[in-house]
Design a binder for this molecule. Structure first.
Ligand code: ITT
Length: 195
């Protein structure tokens, strides 16, 4: 069974394809479909935005769709960047721009800079809607380390680790990440309820 993953984020696509790799589902991304649509994330919550992405793509293809909206919640910044994590340093900014902005904002606060990632994933088809949440807790480090992953991975060190997420392999990140937790639960629901 084919499921479209409504994302333009290549890092997310690699992680989620890996999570579904031994299942009976084939995950197809927008890039596999040569679809460069930029979906406007007009919601103010993770679930609204995840639903907007999934529904927009479902309306185009009429096939089962998964999507996620995710972000980084930093305690000393009262929860910022939160739902605005992708565009924290402005529209069309790079991951590096976001990391620099965050480091700059945190450098005057005392350590530890506690933070957590949230991933809200959704599945929709013509009869069903499921959603699931995953969280990963840790701290922000002010000197980036590692080249793997994407986004804030070089400056996020999970609790219990002395490496950043960008120093972990794909398999290691997928054992603990907010996205892996969220999509593993979603996959379980899909397997249980969808033929
Ligand atoms: P799509 O909407 O096309 O899926 P996006 O990157 O815009 O891609 P989001 O709106 O969900 O996705 O924004 C999530 C942002 O949060 C992402 O761009 C990163 O900056 C950050 N983020 C989320 N999960 C992350 C992870 O596992 N590692 C590092 N940064 C992450």
């Amino acid at each position: 069974m084919k499921i479209i993953f409504a994302t333009q984020n290549k890092g997310k696509a690699i992680e989620v394809k890996n999570i579904f790799k031994n299942s009976k589902y084939e995950i197809i991304t927008l890039s596999d479909l040569n679809n460069e649509i930029e979906i406007e994330e007009t919601g103010t919550t993770f679930i609204e935005n995840a639903y907007i992405k999934a529904k927009t793509i479902f309306d185009i293809y009429q096939l089962p769709v998964i999507a996620d909206d995710s972000g980084l919640v930093v305690e000393q910044l009262n929860g910022k960047p939160g739902v605005y994590s992708a565009r924290y340093a402005g529209e069309n900014c790079s991951f590096d721009d976001n990391n620099k902005k965050l480091i700059n904002e945190l450098k005057n606060f005392p350590e530890p800079h506690l933070a957590h990632f949230i991933c809200l994933s959704v599945y929709i088809d013509k009869n069903n809607f499921f959603h699931s949440v995953g969280e990963l807790h840790g701290k922000i480090v002010l000197t980036p380390r590692g080249v793997n992953g994407f986004g804030y991975d070089p400056i996020f060190q999970p609790d219990g680790y002395d490496k950043t997420l960008a120093e972990l392999s794909l398999e290691e990140k997928n054992k603990i990440s907010h996205r892996a937790q969220s999509f593993n639960k979603l996959k379980h629901n899909i397997e249980e309820f969808i033929l």
